[in-house]
Design a protein around this ligand. Structure first.
Ligand code: BG6
Length: 306
């Protein structure tokens, strides 16, 4: 056993001792030896890496997988996993201050802490993860903060990302639950719920446009919608997925299409035909400012509807 495997095994043993719930969840070594939470209850399965608090798999029993995960995803503590639900935080998109910091912030590349696990009255499994400022985070983003991520796994996957400003100065925050949905084929996908909404097209110098009809995919898409409606629905041939949200007035839709997918080392080349990103966000104009002591909660619920 190599040193780091030994470390991971020890860590996983400790986590299981403290937080495993038989019939609901346990911890194990995932790809690349990274610690992962495996949930399997009466309703569904779900997998969550502590690296990035990154959900890589969810599906109610007897249903196909709901999330898309790249076959060439890389699993290391230096990189975000391609697919699933990365957390973009405390900024969405390129470094807002042009200081050369990583796109989509540092939360997706940070090791999150397990705060607790439990089972609710419905028999759903709850996992509470957290990320606090550290010496490393303050070098990138000079604020004292607490972020809590509550994941509830039932027939619905319910996610709440809470940010608390524990500093003495205000900070600006943008974020997204960057959800990669698995679809049979992009040719058959339409996203309902955004008709008549304004969006900025990130592929055309952020020009403002208005959505006509449902969103369909015939090429690369990278848009931030002004969207305060409570839900949208991804129709994919035989199945539909409802994405409901709170605390968000923006929705990002992204598909890199063939050329950009081929340029990304961690994106399997044909994968773009089998995924669409619908991201519950506080992005673009929907950036939030939190004063000392203030908090903000971004909520997303995913459920299959027939
Ligand atoms: C989307 C952005 O949210 O994420 C795109 O709107 C970006 O512009 C995409 O290309 C993927 O980002 P990354 O950093 O995970 O490759």
């Amino acid at each position: 056993m190599r040193d780091n495997d030994e470390g991971a095994a020890l860590n996983i043993g400790t986590l299981n001792g403290l937080f495993a719930i038989p019939g609901h969840l346990h911890f194990e070594a995932g790809e690349g030896g990274l610690a992962k939470v495996a949930v399997n209850n009466a309703y569904a399965h779900c997998e969550i890496y502590l690296h990035g608090a990154h959900i890589t798999s969810f599906g109610p029993h007897d249903e196909d997988e709901v999330l898309w995960l790249s076959k060439s995803a890389q699993y290391s503590d230096a990189k975000a996993i391609r697919g699933g639900i990365p957390i973009c935080w405390p900024w969405f998109g390129p470094d807002p201050e042009n200081k050369g910091r990583a796109q989509h912030g540092f939360a997706r590349n940070s090791l999150w802490t397990v705060f607790g696990t439990s089972v609710n009255a419905k028999g759903e499994t709850l996992l509470r993860l957290g990320l606090q400022d550290s010496e490393a985070s303050r070098k990138l983003w000079p604020y004292v903060f607490m972020t809590e991520y509550h994941i509830t796994v039932g027939k619905t996957l319910h996610l709440e990302l809470k940010t608390i400003n524990e500093d003495e100065k205000p900070f600006a925050l943008s974020s997204a639950l960057h959800t990669y949905f698995a679809v049979d084929h992009t040719d058959n996908v339409r996203v309902e719920g955004l008709e008549g909404k304004n969006y900025i097209d990130q592929l055309r110098s952020n020009v403002q446009c208005m959505q006509e009809g449902d969103v369909i995919f015939t090429g690369e898409v990278d848009r931030i919608y002004e969207d305060d409606t409570p839900c949208c629905i991804v129709h994919d041939g035989a199945r539909s997925i409802q994405v409901a949200k709170k605390g968000s007035k923006s929705t990002v839709i992204w598909n890199p299409w063939a050329e950009k997918a081929a340029m990304m080392g961690d994106f399997d080349d044909e994968g773009y035909q089998h995924m669409v990103c619908i991201e519950t966000a506080n992005a673009g104009f929907d950036m939030r400012t939190l004063k000392p002591g203030e908090s903000h909660v971004l909520t997303q619920s995913i459920v299959l509807c027939k």
